[in-house]
Design a protein around this ligand. Structure first.
Ligand code: NAP
Length: 525
């Protein structure tokens, strides 16, 4: 099971779709990559979803230790196939081996993080309110509650992270950890990478003797499979990373079901960087360097790319401008992942130009062989324009950013107050900026999922405290994160048992002696 078959995988069997054929395209050269993949049919979706529903009771009530081992085995299989996976992912994305090796480490790290979460037990959120039969006027019943996986999850692989936000990425790891089978709609930009990762998951499921229906991989070159998954009665939740258009279309579809289900869509944002006066005076060149590295990383194809940079009009700004220009002059030609992302980037640049922004740096005609070239482009305007032009509120996915110049620091508070929900907001500050920074942080708490101090928004650290979420439109549900240990909470629901004897409960629910809440008081163990 390590050849590319061009087939979807349902119940551990390769199923050759009968839908539209498509090939992966190498973004660096435009060449077609074999094999040919075919879109799954509605019948395939139905079979995979029914198998997931059948697998769910066994998976959700399997011991946490078994699922922890499952996640670790997936990580080990990915590592064993690393040379093959990296080579194929590089052909399908042109992201470069270094970046992809790093992404694979993040992917296996995420899988192991959820294994650790499972063993720690806090994710169950066990609570016990003891009975008091003598309470007047009515006796108090015993109430016990815990969290339980909610059922099969449809996961949409993202174009820009072929490993960490794709088949064996954080959504899959957190859903399997919660005991939820995964129906994975692969992104058509990297089908071969998707198939190799799926084979690692299926191998691990087999080794752990867990139901084969716990995972399925479905291909499509259009929207039919994704829409069918979101509508399928067996599917209980959806996880998505991509465009606002796509996320909202799926959210609406899920809300229109006879039994609406949650859609956890992460749809990207502008991730503004606010440079305070003291910081610009102190380190104008270093800020230019950090900004350049951040907005050009991965050809700007990160939902955390800094799209707006607010700078004070001070004499020191000239140092910033000179350094940024020097870096842009030396930039290497880049390329984007897909035709759709390239078209979106071109339209986004045209929008910014029509809005009246001045080009700070526009590249000379592309020098690459790629069908989807993209070199860094930087715009500038007075901050006042942010309130006048709606175009400045929209994400442009690719290597571009907008410098917005402000006259007075008070303008920054107004800016934060008018921001839509963001994944991240960064402050570049120095000692003299402390008071202003304190006010801005207080305001930003209500606008962003993550506030970064003297850093840039790209490079998300994955851990127990990670928040990769934020108020709408960064995501469809600001209460959750799609990255880090807390991501498991998306797929759990609380259940309470009143006066039910412990011995009648499934063993998996009582097996772990983790931290819990006893009569409202925290018990560490
Ligand atoms: P996308 O267009 O949102 O697509 C993501 C996935 O959702 C794909 O599998 C796509 O299917 C599916 N999909 C999209 N719209 C759908 C709909 N209406 N109904 C059913 N399925 C739908 O994202 P993309 O292809 O990765 O990139 C396009 C744009 O998304 C970029 O230009 C960028 O603006 C944004 N983006 C954002 C992030 C982020 O991190 N937030 C990441 C990547 C991209 P098919 O591909 O099979 O058509």
């Amino acid at each position: 099971m390590s050849e590319l078959t061009g087939a979807s995988w349902i119940q551990a069997r390769a199923v050759r779709g009968r839908g539209r054929p498509f090939w992966a395209i190498n973004p660096a050269t435009g060449s077609k990559l074999e094999p040919c993949y075919r879109s799954a049919t509605y019948g395939d979706v139905d079979r995979a979803a029914r198998a997931a529903a059948e697998a769910f009771p066994a998976l959700v009530l399997s011991p946490a230790e078994v699922r922890a081992r499952l996640l670790e085995r997936i990580a080990e299989h990915l590592e064993a196939s690393a040379p093959r996976i990296i080579a194929r992912a590089d052909q399908e994305t042109a992201l470069g081996r270094g970046r992809l090796e790093q992404e694979l480490r993040r992917t296996t790290g995420q899988l192991r993080l959820f294994a650790e979460v499972l063993r720690a037990g806090w994710w169950r959120d066990v609570r016990l309110d003891r009975a008091d039969p003598d309470r007047k006027p009515t006796p108090k019943p015993e109430l016990r509650s815990f969290r339980l996986g909610m059922g099969p999850v449809a996961v949409f692989g993202a174009a820009n992270f072929p490993l960490a936000f794709s088949v064996a990425g954080g959504d899959t790891a957190s859903a399997l950890a919660a005991g939820c089978p995964v129906l994975l709609k692969a992104h058509p930009a990297h089908p071969g990478t998707s198939e190799l990762a799926a084979q690692a998951i299926l191998r691990a499921l087999d080794e752990l003797k867990l139901p084969a229906g716990s995972f399925a991989l479905l291909f499509d070159a259009g929207f039919s499979v994704g829409r069918a998954l979101v509508r399928h009665p067996a599917v209980r939740a959806v996880a998505f990373t991509g465009s606002r258009q796509g996320g909202m279309a799926l959210w609406r579809l899920a809300a229109q079901r006879p039994d609406p289900i949650p859609v956890f869509a992460e749809m990207g944002s502008l991730n503004p960087v606010l440079v305070l006066p003291g910081a610009l005076r102190e380190r104008a060149e270093a800020i230019a360097e950090g900004l350049y590295a951040s907005f050009t990383l991965g050809a700007g194809q990160f939902c955390t790319r800094p799209g707006l940079v607010l700078l004070p009009r001070l004499p020191e700004a000239e140092r910033f401008r000179r350094r940024l220009r020097a870096l842009l002059e030396q930039s290497q030609p880049g390329c984007l992942l897909t035709e759709r992302i390239h078209a979106g980037y071109q339209q986004g640049l045209a929008r910014l130009q029509e809005a009246g922004l001045q080009p700070f740096w526009r590249p000379s005609p592309p020098r690459s062989e790629s069908p989807w070239p993209a070199d860094p482009t930087v715009w500038e305007a007075p901050l006042a324009m942010f309130w006048q032009r709606a175009e400045l509120h929209e994400e442009v996915f690719g290597p571009t950013t907008v410098l917005l110049w402000y006259e007075e620091p008070e303008e920054l508070s107004l800016f934060v107050a008018h921001l839509e929900g963001q994944l991240a907001l960064c402050l570049q500050a120095a000692n003299p900026d402390q008071e202003l920074a304190r006010r801005l942080i207080e305001e930003a708490l209500h606008r962003a999922g993550r506030i970064v101090w003297n850093g840039f928004p790209t490079g998300v650290e994955v851990g127990y405290s990670t928040v990769h979420g934020g108020p709408f439109p960064a995501t469809t549900d600001s209460r959750f994160t799609s990255v880090g240990a807390r991501a498991i909470e998306r797929f759990l629901r609380p259940v309470a048992l009143q006066n039910v004897p412990t011995e009648l409960l499934p063993a998996a629910l009582t097996e772990q002696r983790g931290p819990h809440l006893l009569d409202g008081k925290w018990q560490p163990c």
